[in-house]
Design a protein around this ligand. Sequence first.
Ligand code: SAH
Ligand code: SF4
Length: 394
Amino acid sequence: MTASAPITQDVLTIPRKLPEGPINLIGLTREAMRDALIVAGTPEKQAKMRVGQIWQWIYHWGVRDFDAMTNLGKPYRALLAERFVIEVPDVVRRDVSADGTRKYLVRIAGGHEVEVVYIPEVDRGTLCISSQVGCTLTCSFCHTGTQKLVRNLTAGEIVGQVMMARDDLGEWPESGEGMGLRPRLISNIVLMGMGEPLYNFENVRDAMKIAMDGEGIALSRRRITLSTSGVVPEIARAADEIGCMLAISFHATTDGVRDRLVPINKRWNIATLLDALRTYPKASNSERITFEYVMLKGVNDSDEDARRLVKLIAGIPAKINLIPFNEWPGAPYERSDWARIERFADIVYKAGYASPIRTPRGEDIMAACGQLKSATERARKSRADIAAEAGLDG
Ligand code: SAH
Ligand code: SF4
């Protein structure tokens, strides 16, 4: 890609309302569900209240069957069952790592597959979800970026990943159990799976609004982190319309290196990105921006890089998350040595920034950051590669 080539999102989005067939209630915003209920015959005056009731059944109790919605009249339940479904993506494969990390391969409409990872820790449980099948960007250290096929997930498919994981973890409350009575197994959500969330803005926003709503998944906006490679024009919009925590895949301290690692840097370079973050309305000492920094041996891990990094981000309430590079087959990089990572962390820390080193989780099941790439898409690509090698293009 040349420096001036626009980076576009040449991807397919499935329309939310399929022209025929029942509508999936999961993923509809309050407004969209209200409209859909009215179209289905719900009196306008009742529609808002019905949305609240249905949301609680779906997102608080995990109910999938309209007949279980006992505060709705029987004829109304039958009407809903005729017009709507409550569907979450199918799990086609589940791997559990020796460290307890769970990786799910879920199938969405069209037979596409995305990966979801659950990471249990002492004080929290983090669910890493995907926003796209594949990614249009091609960061050279990221496995997802090598996947050819890309499609945006719908809001229902994004929230559906959380619902699927709650099913698997048995997280739904027992009948009669109120909200907030036991610690949540999924206490945090990170949009750090496959895809660039800001290139699927509306669907990610609608899904996260459901995740943050008290009658939805009911997680605080401070427990949701959206990670972006740096889609500058959408960053302020994310603060405004989503309001969750922000992480930036920074990874380099000069434009030359960042152009190679995170090619979107050719469109919005380091200075432009940092300007957007300096004016990020939500950043404060209690809501710091996370800078993700992957440690690549001999590429971006010198003392000089560490010093340049702290100079660059001066004035931005930030924490630096150092990610030891996770290898994948054919990756053109190596992980920095542990002593190097610690030395880098120390320089950043002494400059006044928290600099945790992210412990790689679930490496034995390829669940770690940047290793995600679903099996079907992998197979698809290798067939294409074989054809290309054999001169059978197309
Ligand atoms: N597309 C978004 C979110 C998904 S990637 C983004 O790029 O921010 C989540 C994080 O994992 C990003 O910081 C990404 O740069 C990092 N990552 C990707 N590949 C990695 C690898 N092989 N090892 C370690 N981190 C990786
Ligand atoms: Fe896409 Fe993020 Fe991977 Fe870059 S690091 S290719 S933006 S998923």
